[in-house]
Write a protein that binds this ligand. Sequence first.
Ligand code: PLP
Length: 456
Amino acid sequence: MPGGTESRYPSGHVLYRRLNRDFPRIVRGEGCWLTDAGGKRYLDACSGALVANLGHGNAEVARAVGEQAARLAYVNGTAFTHDAVEELAAEVAALAADGLDRTLFLCNGGDAVEAALKISRQFWAESGRPEKRKIVALAPSYHGNTLLALSASARPGYRDVFRDWLVEIHTAPASYPYRCACRGEAEECPACSGAAVEEALLRDGPETVAAFIAEPVGGISTGASVPRPGYWKKVREICDRYEVLFVADEVLSGAGRTGTWSALEPYGTAPDFQIFGKGIAGGYAPLSAMVTSRRILDVLSAGSGAPLHNQTFSQFPVSCAAGLATIRQIKAQGLIARCASMGGVLFQHLAELQGHPHVGDVRGRGLLAGIEFVEDKASRTPFDRSLRMAETLAETAQDAGLVVWPHGGQADGRGGDLILIGPPFIITEDEISELMSRLRMALDATLERIRDRSRR
Ligand SMILES: Cc1ncc(COP(=O)(O)O)c(C=O)c1O
């Protein structure tokens, strides 16, 4: 009801993202906390959607956004440049992987994924190799909801209805040690070592492949699974051997979330395209970044003269100002180091959950944690998907004033329940203790609820 504390379809005029649940009306955000119109407070344990990395209500970023909007809100990026984009691009170049120092700014992660994939193909076309046009991706994975990004996403729940609109993209199994037959322990395991990427390229004919796209540390699709230390160097070598461009999708794992600016950084290797989104502007404006190198752009410059991907809000000044202010806050407050150290505290607490009879696995890095739940721990059997365990847990947690991000179906495309925990980098130790006690409470209440449901 407009003006009330909660809304639910079909009341009001908003097309809500769920048509069968209540939406509390949030009126304020401060630090790690959200407050609704009824005064109830929620501990935002997933930074919205892994976005609010600085926390809510950062006055410096809000001021920078307001000043930019007042000075210059919009200018057509095809005709003009401006200070905010120039300064932000310089900051991103200094933070991105070696050799990557040219950035196109867009608004959503999926936009930047589309741009990287299209520019990969354009690069080969303008290099005189138009036959290199296919894309190889990992499964499970998620790269966005627009049709090319969705084509590259091995996520059946989102794809099935649109199957005949999607382009064919070949996949290799993602590194997902908990669900792998070897449980992450066999050195030669193709999925866990990265050798599966070579198998996929060879199956497809590497001379026809333009790009390989992957999340360096898993996002929602593998619940923050972390590939082993040698994985990405090996994949980089494979891409080099077959002349395939490597697109690292850091929309979720980048911008400091895993305790380093990019999740790929500790692996000591660089991709051809690096994509940031979500937390890059802390949620103060929509922003994504597709970073690449002169090696790619010089070919376009000598050819058609422009990347064949543009949108009205490319290089949008207000979003760029939000990104610039966010990066400056991250630096001024040492928030990436803080993310790494508070991640250590979070994982110490989460280790205690490992003994829970329905917690199959806990993994992640920095302030990105995935908790996977199972019906039977020994066999890793998921709950019956009809019980919607993960979604029920998120709802129960929200009732208890805790926001977590649920995902279902990752185990075998249909079954599987996990949540992501990814609080703002400014979270304190006391808030982590509070998060854990609310999570335990919500987990007990959820198991009670789904037991009731399965008895019926
Ligand atoms: C790894 C990854 N890539 C791309 C996207 C798409 O980003 P957006 O929803 O901003 O388009 C997401 C969104 O969750 C993501 O997690």
